[in-house]
Design a protein around this ligand. Structure first.
Ligand SMILES: Nc1ncnc2c1ncn2[C@@H]1O[C@H](COP(=O)(O)OP(=O)(O)OP(=O)(O)O)[C@@H](O)[C@H]1O
Length: 590
């Protein structure tokens, strides 16, 4: 586990480096040089203290003053350069963070855009993608911050060791090295232990978060009120919180105990070193009051610097499991196998022929579609109807080439893959918080914007009233823009349809975009759509049938097989499943 986590951290650091080698190197070069310069600052301080404390007794003030000019200049220059470097580091670190965040985010979007749908639809993969995105948002900043502060701290520690080594205090060098390693290890183990009880990684923590979010959610509150279950939720949440607080309190107590022992050991070591040096003050002339004072203060500050490293280091260690997700997602970008070229050229993909097609999702053994034989001919209006879970949307996924048949064969106008233009209005169509024009032209961003066509489509989709009310195509919709206009559900839905029409495809698919509205309105909209799509091939999906009278052919799906096929009159005359469903639903349309 430890090895895997450390490997993940290094892999991410390597990826960050690969994204921006120059900025990465500069981000760490400045704090490194700055830390090493501390040696000259310490040396200048040693000289100054010796001058004031010892040599002022033997020389005149003018001589002391003249001798002090160089060390003072060195001290001021180092101080100035260090401040300058710290500002530069801050600027380039921010630049590095911004560049890397953007680059990783683009990689993740690229992965989501290019992986095969089988993986895309998989819930586990979706969660992984979410976690990877979360790491890019929060934890990458933490990694670069940690690296910068550790480079700075380690190089100033090297300065202390350097100072003690050049003064001949090898013993001190050894003590400091042991102190650095031991303190850092003990503090790190403690921090990791404390953080393990943290919110994000324990069940109690996640459950507490979930319950508190649920208690803030308007819709959840409404349902809870209906069932009088709000107090039950509050109690659950309270229990989770106090359980977690107790655990955290226990971990913090452990941390305080260890912290006290470490601080005691550290201070004792420093004082022992001090006594050792003071003892040698008279006998050995390399030991001066200046070196002792500077080393003593430097050692104390070194303790604090070590402490300051433990928090980001432990945080980095804890988030390394999330880094695993990011690494895994980024790895995928080298292994795309998607061959679907929908909407990338103007070829027609009609007719589409299914020959003995069966399909099952890889995560399950059950066949969702079995032995499907059908042909979609140019200009036809087709309805695919059936109960919930009958396989309608899966059939569409196969038509769009998002999934390959488990057995059987699909042919798109003599091609093995769908290389043509298709428009789809999905059940959960998106309300883009952009301008009215953008909401429509997004249907085909590869073409020059054609406002005349936009207006034509607004007219077809009965959106002219909205256009006049808004006063233009540039008006922003939604709530993000100040003064943006909110639309009704029906208006958003018409916009989704307009977007699909703007993409001048010869196949257009409506996958129950009207499921949230009542059957009579749905029937009217579908009848209107059948008119609008007169010169196109169109597939309409629904488990309601009121509108299906007007299409050329109806496929009735039942548990993944085509149970019936024909036009409305034929299927009614059949007295089969369609006729039963139609009669059952007929009361909806009265
Ligand atoms: N990504 C998936 N992985 C595994 N099984 C799936 C997946 N998507 C759908 N299914 C299963 O396939 C079957 C058919 O689902 P599909 O969504 O095609 O039905 P549908 O007729 O469109 O249903 P509805 O009318 O409710 O939208 C269902 O049993 C469903 O649980």
């Amino acid at each position: 586990m430890l090895k895997k986590n450390i490997y993940n951290i290094f892999l991410i650091i390597f990826r960050i480096f690969k994204k921006n080698p120059l900025i990465f190197s500069l981000t760490f070069l400045f704090p490194l040089v700055s830390g090493l310069l501390t040696f000259y600052s310490y040396s200048a301080q040693v000289t100054l203290i010796n001058l004031v404390a010892v040599e002022s007794r033997e020389f005149t003030w003018n001589q002391v003053f003249a001798a002090a000019i160089i060390p003072v200049l060195i001290y001021i220059s180092v101080y100035g350069v260090q401040n300058l470097f710290s500002s530069i580091t801050m600027i380039i670190k921010n630049k590095l963070n911004a560049n890397v965040t953007m680059a990783f985010q683009s990689d993740i979007i690229d992965v989501a855009n290019n992986i095969d749908f089988e993986r895309f639809d998989n819930k586990e993969f979706g969660d992984k993608l979410q976690r990877a995105k979360g790491v890019v948002g929060e934890d990458l900043d933490g990694i670069t911050n940690f690296l910068v502060s550790s480079v700075g701290t380690i190089s100033s520690l090297i300065s202390i060791i350097w100072l003690s080594a050049t003064s001949g205090y090898y013993l001190i060098t050894l003590i400091i090295s042991i102190m650095i390693v031991s303190t850092l290890t003990i503090r790190l183990i403690t921090e990791v232990k404390v953080r393990r009880v943290g919110r994000e990684i324990t069940f109690d923590g996640r459950m507490g978060d979930y319950l508190s979010k649920t208690l803030e959610d308007y819709n959840a509150l409404r349902e809870m009120k209906t069932y009088n279950s709000t107090n039950y939720f509050i109690e659950l949440w309270g229990n989770m919180m106090s359980k977690q607080h107790n655990k955290r309190y226990g971990a913090r107590k452990f941390e305080i105990k260890i912290g006290t022992i470490v601080a005691f050991l550290q201070t004792t070591t420093i004082f022992i070193v001090l006594i050792f040096l003071l003892n040698r003050l008279d006998g050995n002339n390399t030991v001066t009051i200046g070196t002792i004072s500077v080393l003593f203060l430097a050692l104390l500050s070194c303790g604090n610097k070590i402490m300051s490293l433990t928090w980001p280091l432990s945080r980095l260690y804890i988030s390394s499991s999330k880094l695993y997700d990011l690494n895994e997602v980024l790895e995928i970008s080298h292994n795309y196998s998607n061959k679907v070229e929908i909407n990338k050229n103007y070829q027609s993909l009609i007719p589409i022929t299914f020959s003995n097609v069966s399909f099952k999702y890889s995560i399950s053994e059950k066949y969702v579609l079995s032995n499907i034989n059908m042909t979609i001919k140019p200009g036809e209006k087709i309805a695919i109807v059936g109960e919930n879970g009958a396989g309608k949307s899966t059939l569409i996924k196969l038509i769009l080439g998002q999934y390959r048949p488990s057995s059987g064969f699909i042919d798109w106008n003599n091609c093995k893959y769908p290389n043509g233009k298709v428009s789809v209005v999905f059940q959960n169509f998106i309300k883009f918080e952009l301008s009215l024009r953008e909401n429509i032209i997004l249907g085909n961003v590869n073409e020059n914007i054609d406002d005349e066509r936009v207006m034509e489509i607004l007219e077809k989709c009965e959106l002219m009233d909205l256009f006049h009310e808004l006063g233009g195509l540039d008006v922003e919709l939604g709530q993000i823009y100040e003064g943006g206009r909110q639309l009704s559900g029906g208006q958003w839905q018409k916009l989704a349809i307009a977007r699909a029409l703007y993409n001048d495809a010869d196949l257009i698919i409506f996958d129950e975009p009207t499921s949230a509205i009542d059957p009579i309105s749905e029937m009217k909209i579908y009848q209107k759509l059948i008119d609008i799509c007169q010169d196109k091939t169109a597939i309409f999906i629904s488990h309601r049938l009121g509108w299906a009278k007007s299409v050329d052919r109806i496929y009735v799906l039942e548990s993944g097989i085509i149970a019936e096929e024909g036009n409305h009159e034929q299927l009614i005359a059949n007295n089969g499943l369609y006729s039963d469903m139609f009669n059952l639903q007929s009361s909806w349309y009265k």
